[in-house]
Design a protein around this ligand. Sequence first.
Ligand SMILES: [Zn+2]
Length: 458
Amino acid sequence: MKTFIHGGYLLTMAGPEIELVSDGALVIEGDRILAAGPTASLAQHRDTADRTIDARGHAILPGFVNTHTHLAGALTKAITEDVPTFGGPFRIALGMHENVIRKEDVLLPGMVHGVEMLKTGTTTINECWWHQPQSARIIEQVGLRGIVAAEIREVDSSKIGFGRIDRNWDYRLVEEGLEEAHELFENWHGRANGRITARVAPDGPDRLRPETMGMLGDLARKHGVGLHTHLCSVPGEAEFMTQAWGKKSIPLLRDLGMLGPNFIGAHCVFVDDEDIAIMAQTGSCMSHTAFLVAKRGYYPPMDKIYPSGMKVSLGSDWLSNDMYKVMRSAIVIPRAVFRDVSIRNAADVLRMATIGGAQCLGLDSEIGTLEAGKKADVQIIDMRTAWCQPLRTQNIVANLVYNANGSDVRYVFVDGELLVDDRKLTRFDESDLLNEAQAVAESVWGKSQHLFAAEGMP
Ligand SMILES: [Zn+2]
């Protein structure tokens, strides 16, 4: 199958500066990009193409790479957003995930999350949580590219007394997680034409004992894969780590040999100068959950993180997955917090959401830019909207980042397959999925009513 896309604002994201080809074309053959450049120079492909897409008035750019996701989070959408971390609704959400939600409850709501990601331009996700074989199934069926990892914890997260030193360590939870991890490496690593791979994901340094953490580092080394963890993500984490183990999270991970270019730490909110220096020096990556953390009333010290040279990508976490929102949050929130307009611009965050994410996942030779030979993971977004017009071509990147929305994405390809065609899914019926997932979610919420009631919530 050969596809010829022409006439769009082509942003290949290749090279140190973002270059716009204002009448650009992209040729896809099989699962790869055959050519990208001015329409006039690629016109010979028009006649041999099986499919042609007229992209006039649209931007053509790489699919987004979201470096921290939880598909199962669909079941806790809009429950915890209006309160501080570990306020009542967090106890509801964590209680639901620990005690109510079963493996079979995750598939359909998780697919809805996956569809949200795909339809808003995301083509690759770095996913972890429990029930990961289900996430792998979701990724396979929705058609995304995904890295899956069983999130391994040693403590029931609904029972953690955050801010307290004691934890009821429970190694059975680790064993369950290891079983899932084993299943992922056995059955999913490298599957779906290589679209799905596996990683190792300790839940967080404050949710495992150091010896268990070290064992997970060994597991990642054994499989030759990267690590993905929550890091410096909650208030009081540094105090807990120092009291319990005599080391903060990042120095502990360094001493266990777990940091490096193959390591992604999500959130990195409660970090100090020493932590930032260690992350930068070891080439470790941060997944900056720019929209999520701001909802909780805190923010990472981006005024120090960017100048340190730490590698930063963007992640959505567990509730809302439109990367256009995440990009905008990564610009405007730190500007307001640090009173500095120069902290990041539209081009910076667009790079973080594409090639930057691919670099953090070690996938930059395959995805993240639109260049001949790379995998065809592409989004085409309609800019003929009242919120993007009038449109000055020279400012296309700022217009895209500040004004476009994920729902403007009209076509999405992953691995060369057209998965969103004129805003419609090509593999399955979306409204059927939404209805079926709603029924599953209502059943889960029904079974969680005691948790809502205990927090005095309807
Ligand atoms: Zn998370």
